[in-house]
Design a protein around this ligand. Structure first.
Ligand code: ATP
Length: 444
């Protein structure tokens, strides 16, 4: 395999770089065939993400084509919403891709932490992806593996799309687009990620620009609801649902976004909003959900702060305030704990009683249950009912009440914080590895 030592796109003359031009810092990510390091260019002090690929590993795994494709695409693109390739070089053992550093990491991490994004964030980030796809398709490239994991974020929280190993360059040198549906030798290879793959890739094994629009529909659904539209225990089940267009909107899904998702998740590729047959990107950008987006300056506007989506739903009526004092506030926790101060004898008796009569006793590691009750642990618009057990310790265990399976416990620490959202909903913020995780709960 050979890769020339060269400059990145747009440079006037090739500058030969070597690993000695950089100081390598921490590992910021690992792919199947690569390790990505944070590195500093000695001459300029600029930080880069350097993707390092072991030649032997790539050859052994027969991924040469994948790597070359990624390099070819990265060299072809130059747009603020894509990771920029600055230099490539190699030594005897490794290939080096010097990339712009997306300091804020993966959009997927934010989605995991918040479970979902509110309407404003979803609109903004969907619009950034639309703008990026418009550019990408315009230069003759189909991404084919668009998903929140492949959307990184720069310092200003704008998107930086990455991972072009599965991409396809469909425009030939004359730019006539004749290669769009020509999969050549790749016709039978499944490309992409199960949850986001379009039906035509599964049925006819051919991807077109419209396949990226399908993925866009899946991503918007996920932004607002917290889950992919097509889910299943294994890939086959997911594929079945995709080819049958079997998915449901959860209660509370924003109606305008729903209309857009329904126009993107269409089985026939040429009937998807945004496809050439349906009026192209201009039509897509004109959808009512995008009202208020400044398409000409979206690269410059400050993206809205990421916050979770908590709409009023039938099971969560925001208008239904009550005089009753809800909430597991610090004060309330203190009250619960101190109101249960008991003698050792009382404790022993109650523990014996608990062991005999309480089916959840076995999950509490011998601790006395002080309070228990059902709470819905939310992930986006989806809720999972759990039995919560507040015990001595203190511990806050939760158990699946149907399968009677222990699911976990909320780590109790000084940093544990609750926040009341409304009558029904509260957050529990916990800290792990210096990161704050916010879980949303609903009283049952
Ligand atoms: P695979 O090859 O298995 O699909 P991948 O495409 O995620 O994995 P890489 O492109 O090597 O593999 O990236 C590995 C991880 O490194 C990414 O998940 C991302 O978190 C991080 N990463 C990659 N490029 C950058 C970048 N330019 N800036 C910041 N982080 C990056």
């Amino acid at each position: 395999m050979s890769t020339s030592s060269e400059s990145g796109p747009g440079s006037a003359r090739p500058i030969k770089k070597t690993p000695n031009d950089f100081v390598f810092g921490k590992v910021i990510g690992e792919g199947s065939f690569s390790t990505v390091y944070l590195a500093k260019e000695i001459s300029s002090g600029t930080e880069f993400a350097i993707k390092v690929l072991e030649k032997k590993h790539i050859m052994r795994e027969r991924k040469t084509q994948y790597v070359m494709r990624e390099k070819e695409v990265l060299m072809k693109i130059s747009h603020p919403f894509f990771i920029r390739l600055y230099y490539t070089f190699q030594d005897a053992d490794r290939l080096y891709f010097v990339l712009g550093y997306a300091r804020r990491g993966e959009l997927l991490d934010y989605l995991h932490k918040l479970s979902s994004f509110d309407e404003d964030c979803s609109r903004h980030y969907t619009a950034e992806i639309v703008k990026a796809l418009e550019y990408l398709h315009g230069v003759g490239i189909i991404h084919r593996d668009l998903k929140p994991e492949n959307i990184l974020l720069n310092d200003e929280m704008h998107i930086q799309i990455t991972d072009f190993g599965s991409s396809k360059i469909f425009k030939n040198e004359e730019g006539d687009g004749s290669g769009e549906n020509n999969e050549g030798s790749r016709r039978n290879s499944f490309v992409g990620t199960a949850q986001y793959v379009s039906p035509e890739v599964l049925t006819s094994k051919s991807a077109s620009k419209s396949s990226d629009l399908w993925a866009l529909g899946c991503i918007l659904f996920q932004f607002l609801s917290g889950e992919c539209p097509f889910r299943g225990g294994h890939e086959y089940q997911i594929f079945q649902k995709i080819t049958k267009l079997e998915y449901e909107f959860p209660d509370g899904f924003c109606p305008l976004a729903r209309d857009l998702v329904e126009k993107l998740l269409v089985l026939e590729p040429d009937k998807r909003l945004g496809s050439d047959e349906m009026g192209g990107f201009e039509k897509l950008k004109g959808h009512e959900f995008f009202t208020g987006i400044d398409w000409d300056h979206i690269e410059e506007v400050q993206p809205p702060a990421l916050v979770p989506y908590l709409p009023a739903t039938t099971s969560n009526p925001e208008h239904c305030w009550s005089t009753m004092k809800p909430g597991l506030t610090d004060k309330r926790i203190g009250e619960i704990l101190t109101s249960h101060l008991i003698t050792e004898q009382e404790r022993k008796e109650r523990l014996e009683e608990q062991a005999k009569t309480n089916e959840y006793h076995r999950f509490t590691e011998g601790n006395l249950i002080l309070k228990q009750g059902f709470i819905d642990k939310r992930k986006g618009l989806f809720a999972r009912r759990r039995m919560f057990l507040l015990t001595e310790g203190p511990h806050l265990y939760y158990v699946d009440p149907v399968s009677k399976v222990y699911k976990g416990q909320i780590p109790w620490s000084k940093e544990l914080r609750t926040e009341q959202k409304n009558f029904k909903i509260f957050f529990v913020h916990t800290v792990s590895n210096n990161d704050i995780f916010s879980i949303i709960y609903r009283y049952h």
